[in-house]
Design a protein around this ligand. Structure first.
Ligand code: ARG
Ligand code: ASP
Length: 711
């Protein structure tokens, strides 16, 4: 049965393969037949239906969503899964205790019975994809206001998803493509019994830490291993000791031949978000108005965290994950801004817009359809940028740990509201809040938060347009406010837990007057003041974006467009190649264990490998994993990837697994906005380093026996 109605897509995407630009693009696997000729020219030996087929198994059946934001792949007929170390990190940390510190020591299950279930972890397989644009847009009229149109679409989508699931155990989701010019329905199968099988010590899995994050050359052993379990019928089942390893439709074959300069590679996975077709105004907003402010705010956060973490080992552990996630985007924004400035992304977009405008103006029908888009952008963005900035500040302060007590306040708020409304919250509700708060306080330090809150408030009050911030707060009140909120109940585990234990109207009233609660109310009130205007502008922008996408496709009928990433399965392809950085440094395409030894113990704790690895290096006990007497650790290629692609299989010309994608190189991080194959590089863990660590370092070679190797 052919499920994909290719016609709608084909109409938009019809183009001779020759007009493709090599290397750029995150392509839909079910339409990869449009790219396959070019891929084959670049060395690929696969046919389109080896990659995606509805009639027989194909590579797509081995590629999964790991958890909520990463990619993974099947590597055995018994549900063995590979993903990145940083993707499995939360699970490994959750399973670790003082007696069993898997972060420090690593973990290797010696048999199925030793594999550790991870509550809440899911693995999602793609079953099918279908174009449902006509059904989603049914009932829409051209001049329908956006609010109303959104309602119609939402109702249609609910119906489509419900029908797609039917009485099956599948899940279904409809996602917009090309800025909502198209809609696709994805039917998935979600497994909920997933167990940890193996992970190296963090000194291998996180080697280089935040120092080397977003940087090439890189030698991180960024992998972990899990297994998917299923019920007796091989279908998803909640955890049970009786469950069996899942038998996937397809698992990848591994190649230990390595890759070399110029080799074809392809990445299959789940890129999260890109913004390739946005107007120059959007890039200007991000790089001038948003990124600098957000970088400033996170610099302040990191400064405080780093200082406290250095002084106290307990705080170092508590804030390890918070520091890493704060630092990841902080560093990314800086790379993005540097790259977009270096490549004059705004100038390039403006030049494109000038050409587009000329084309629009040359024809009255085009003028009627598209003539108002760019002027409207120019008019809306300055105001939208202000409101968007205020919103971003709000998010950083209240949801992303800028002012940590705001999270506590937000968790307790519903309890207070229920109680003061005269209803009694259930014990269950109170207990669930208490359980969440215990997790929060486990990794909380009030002294650190006091200092961080003050700095963050200063940034916010100094950086937000005056009319968007609370009139009662001024930058010089930041210190005093921070002092007050961190002296309150929200910052004090013991007092908060006592309050929850004997919850009544009085406690609710007392907590409603807690300084942290009052601050949350103040910040929220300020954010709400312009919420209607902000939403309206966002709606208008979305409508413009859809039209603008259409205009670009009309303007360049021969160009093969790929849709922006939206966390659906994509294929990126390119070649293995070194590059010359913006500073003129030439970078080779691979790194080695020798380089790990050079970086080891140079004073920076991010570079400190376990003695056993140093010993393997000393004795050159490399087995068959070496090439030219060296263990190669990572390599780069110009596959177009983004966040979400972490853990993605990197495949060679035969579709064999040669590595795990995990990062991008500094000079090309702007690829979410503008991709340049000359400088944009995805960083891949060489599968041979992974196998070497499992086999030689960990002595867990038995895990390799269930894998399939290319001859
Ligand atoms: N930069 C990579 C990504 O965006 C890796 C992050 C994890 N590594 C780290 N050192 N924080 O996810
Ligand atoms: N490190 C990213 C991830 O976790 C990948 C990237 O942004 O290139 O998905």
């Amino acid at each position: 049965m052919k499920q994909l109605n290719i016609l709608t897509f084909a109409a938009l995407m019809a183009a001779p393969a020759t007009s493709l630009r090599a290397d750029e693009g995150q392509w839909l696997p079910m339409l990869i037949d449009k790219n396959i000729a070019q891929m084959q020219q670049m060395g690929c030996r696969l046919e389109a239906d080896d990659i995606y087929s509805l009639n027989h198994t194909s590579l797509k059946d081995a590629v999964v969503i790991f958890g909520g934001g990463c990619t993974g792949e099947m590597v055995s007929d018994s549900g063995l899964l590979l993903t990145n170390y940083h993707c499995g990190y939360d699970a490994i940390q959750y399973l670790s205790t003082v007696e069993h510190d898997y972060l420090t020591d690593g973990f290797w299950a010696t048999g199925r019975a030793d594999e550790l279930p991870v509550p809440g972890l899911t693995v999602t397989f793609l079953i099918s994809v279908r174009d449902v644009t006509d059904s989603v847009t049914m009932g829409l009229t051209p001049d329908m206001p956006e609010r109303q149109a959104a309602q119609v679409r939402r109702r249609n989508i609910e119906l489509i998803e419900r029908r797609a699931v039917g009485s099956s155990h599948y899940t279904a989701t409809v996602k917009p493509f090309f800025n909502r010019n198209q809609y696709l329905l994805f039917v998935n199968e979600v497994f909920t019994d997933v167990r940890l099988v193996g992970a190296p010590p963090s000194r291998i899995g996180k080697f280089g830490g935040d120092t080397d994050n977003w940087v090439w050359p890189r030698q991180t052993g960024d992998f972990s291993m899990f297994r998917v379990y299923a019920g007796a019928d091989n279908r998803p089942a909640p955890y049970s000791a009786a469950n069996r390893p899942y038998r996937p439709r397809k698992h990848l074959t591994i190649s230990t031949r390595g890759v070399h300069e110029g080799d074809f590679t392809m990445v299959m996975g789940y890129p999260g978000t890109t913004n390739e077709y946005a107007p120059s105004h959007n890039v200007a907003m991000t790089t001038r108005d948003i990124n600098p402010r957000m970088i400033e705010l996170r610099t302040a956060k990191l400064d405080v965290m780093n200082r406290h973490q250095k002084q106290d080992p307990a705080i170092r552990i508590k804030y390890d994950a918070k520091n890493a996630s704060t630092s990841n985007a902080w560093k990314k924004w800086q790379g993005e801004n540097t790259g977009l400035a270096h490549f004059d992304a705004i100038g390039k977009k403006q030049a494109y817009e000038a050409r587009l405008t000329q084309w629009i103006e040359a024809d009255s029908a085009r003028r009627a359809r598209y003539g108002s888009i760019l002027p409207a952008y120019a008019q809306i963005y300055p105001r939208y940028a202000q409101l968007h900035l205020a919103d971003r500040y709000y998010g950083e302060m209240c949801y992303r740990g800028g002012i940590e007590t705001m999270e506590v306040a937000a968790m307790v708020r519903p309890l207070i509201e229920t109680t003061l409304d005269g209803r009694k919250p259930t014990r269950q509700h109170i207990d669930s809040v208490a359980a969440e708060l215990e997790l929060f306080y486990k990794d909380y330090d009030a002294a650190l938060d006091r200092e961080m809150s003050a700095r963050v408030l200063e940034c916010y009050l100094g950086g937000t347009p005056a009319q968007c911030r609370p009139a009662t707060l001024t930058p010089d009140s930041a210190q005093a406010v921070a002092l007050r909120i961190t002296a309150g109940i929200c910052a004090d585990r013991a007092r908060m837990m006592a309050a929850l234990a004997r919850w009544n109207r009085r406690t609710a009233r007392r907590l409603a007057a807690d300084p942290a609660m009052l601050l949350l109310d103040t910040l929220t009130a300020a954010a709400r003041r312009h919420i209607d205007e902000y939403r309206q502008l966002a709606d208008t922008l979305r409508t413009l974006d859809r039209l603008y996408m259409k205009a670009q496709m009309d303007f360049e009928p021969d160009r093969h467009f790929y849709p922006d990433a939206n966390f659906t399965m994509r294929v990126a392809y390119g070649t293995v190649c070194g590059y010359t950085g913006c500073d003129g440094t030439r970078h080779d395409y691979f790194t080695t264990l020798d380089q790990i030894m050079e970086k080891n113990r140079t004073g920076n704790p991010d570079f400190d490998i376990p003695e056993r690895l140093a010993e393997l290096h000393r004795t050159r006990d490399y087995g068959s994993y070496a090439e030219d007497g060296q263990i190669r650790t990572c390599f780069v290629a110009n596959n177009h990837t983004t966040g979400g692609n972490s853990g993605s299989p990197v495949l060679n010309a035969d579709g064999h697994l040669v590595g795990l994608n995990f990062d991008r190189a500094w000079d090309g991080i702007m690829s979410d906005t503008m991709f340049d194959p000359a400088i944009c590089r995805n960083i891949t863990l060489d599968i041979r380093y992974l196998l070497f660590v499992v086999d030689r370092y960990a002595g867990a070679g038995y895990l390799l026996r269930e894998m399939t190797f290319a001859r």
